[in-house]
Design a protein around this ligand. Structure first.
Ligand SMILES: Nc1ncnc2c1ncn2[C@@H]1O[C@H](COP(=O)(O)OP(=O)(O)OP(=O)(O)O)[C@@H](O)[C@H]1O
Ligand SMILES: [Mg+2]
Length: 401
């Protein structure tokens, strides 16, 4: 029969046992002695003991740092570390903080405490993965919020926009009768023309609102995106010239055809390019690029849209050297009615471009630096043997189910 093994009393815990204890810790541990200057102020500290996890997390070997001072190992360490750790070692205060180490390119949660006067121990855990995950969740949540806002706007506006369009049709009909009426004076006909123009603008606006409620483009055809971009640029030609903008096109893509609605795609590009022109009133450069290859940066942007990276893609870049967008505003540019143009803008341009891209299963992304410019990237999935992206996506989901 097995005899029960007695557990030795605490006083029997020897040095070897404590070493094992420290080295089995999953958190990093380091014990230090604070060094004071002639005025008894903390001016440096010495490494007394580190555990295995410390070596793994920092890349420093115990044999290289024990007995050495921090200013010898890292001469450019910020002074506040010595000050704060000094406070811990001399007052017994416990310090807890999160810190990003530029040298190690990692974030840590650290806790420093005083095991004995003049000494401080630091226990730290690598939290880089957790922070990275939190950052990704935040981005995803923001994307979700903006698509929820758009679908709410779609539901709300579709009913109103329908009735509204019927009334506008009435206004247009009567106004056009006035313009053709034999007894109408020139002045009255001119007023009627103005009514027609305004009513057409309103019809355009309500059609844009209706677009938000559509999950897919109304009429789908085979569309050559490069052709659409050329037409869009031709429509903006005047504006580009007036603003003394230098236009560059780099049509590098070989596969440029996809199934979609030409008109809504043209409008979506038009909104983005007009915004770019509005941002360059003092001139600048406008670059339109198409390509079929994905870069590392693209793969990061498509992280939440992995399916997209499976088939062939068409990437459209629209880049300007205009005023750029502030970081707090960039989160809102796809929100309906968000505008910085006062009465000159409706704030519906980019939100309708966003909806169009969603209808085409494309992803739209933006980066901007105030004073430097703005860069829009659009990722279109393209068809393989006439299969739609949706079919490709379903097929993929079925084979991986
Ligand atoms: N290329 C860009 N450079 C700088 N700011 C931009 C750019 N594109 C968009 N913006 C900002 O995003 C906001 C929203 O754009 P959006 O196209 O939705 O509306 P708008 O241009 O203000 O109005 P509308 O399109 O009806 O004329 C703009 O008001 C502007 O502040
Ligand atoms: Mg706009």
């Amino acid at each position: 029969m097995l005899q029960p093994q007695p557990i030795p009393p605490f006083s029997c815990l020897d040095e070897e046992f404590l070493n094992i204890l420290l080295d089995k810790m999953t958190d990093a541990f380091a014990l230090h002695r604070i060094i004071l200057d002639s005025q008894n102020k903390p001016c440096d500290y010495e490494f007394i003991r580190v555990n295995k996890s410390f070596e793994l997390n920092t890349g420093f070997k115990a044999s290289d740092i024990i007995g050495r001072r921090i200013l010898e190992i890292a001469p450019d360490i910020e002074n506040y570390w010595i000050e704060n750790y000094g406070k811990v070692a001399l007052t017994g205060e416990v310090l807890e903080f999160e810190n990003y180490s530029k040298t190690l390119k990692k974030s840590f949660f650290c806790r420093a405490y005083q095991p004995r006067h003049g000494f401080f121990a630091v226990i730290f855990t690598d939290i880089s993965n957790r922070l990275e995950q939190e950052k990704k969740e935040k981005i995803l949540l923001e994307k979700l919020k903006s698509s929820e806002k758009l679908s709410a706007l779609g539901e709300l506006s579709s009913g109103v926009a329908h009735d509204y369009n019927n009334h506008i049709a009435g206004i247009l009909g009567y106004a056009s009768l006035i313009t053709h009426h034999p007894e109408g004076s020139e002045k009255i006909k001119y007023y009627a023309k103005m009514i027609i123009q305004s009513a057409q603008h309103s019809a355009d606006l309500s059609n844009r609102l209706l677009d938000f409620s559509r999950k897919s483009p109304t009429k789908v055809d085979s569309v050559d995106i490069e052709e659409v971009l050329r037409e869009t640029l031709a429509l903006c030609h005047r504006r580009i010239q007036d603003h003394a903008i230098i236009q560059h096109t780099e049509f590098l893509a070989d596969h440029t055809r996809l199934r979609g609605n030409k008109e809504s795609l043209l409008n979506a590009f038009l909104n983005i390019i007009i915004n770019a022109c509005d941002a360059m009133t003092q001139g600048g450069h406008l670059l339109i690029r198409t390509r079929n290859t994905l870069t590392e940066d693209d793969l990061q942007r498509l992280e939440f849209n992995r399916d997209m990276t499976l088939g062939a893609q068409l990437v459209i870049e629209i880049k300007d050297t205009g005023c750029g967008i502030d970081p707090e505003k960039i989160k809102r540019i796809f929100d309906p009615y968000f505008t910085t143009k006062g009465k000159k803008g409706t704030g519906l341009g980019l939100s309708s471009s966003y909806t169009t891209m969603q209808q085409h299963l494309a992803q739209i992304d933006v980066s901007s630096l105030p004073g430097i410019g703005t860069h829009f990237l659009i990722y279109f999935p393209i068809q393989d043997d006439n299969k739609t992206y949706l079919q490709m996506k379903n097929q993929h989901q079925n084979t991986h189910a």
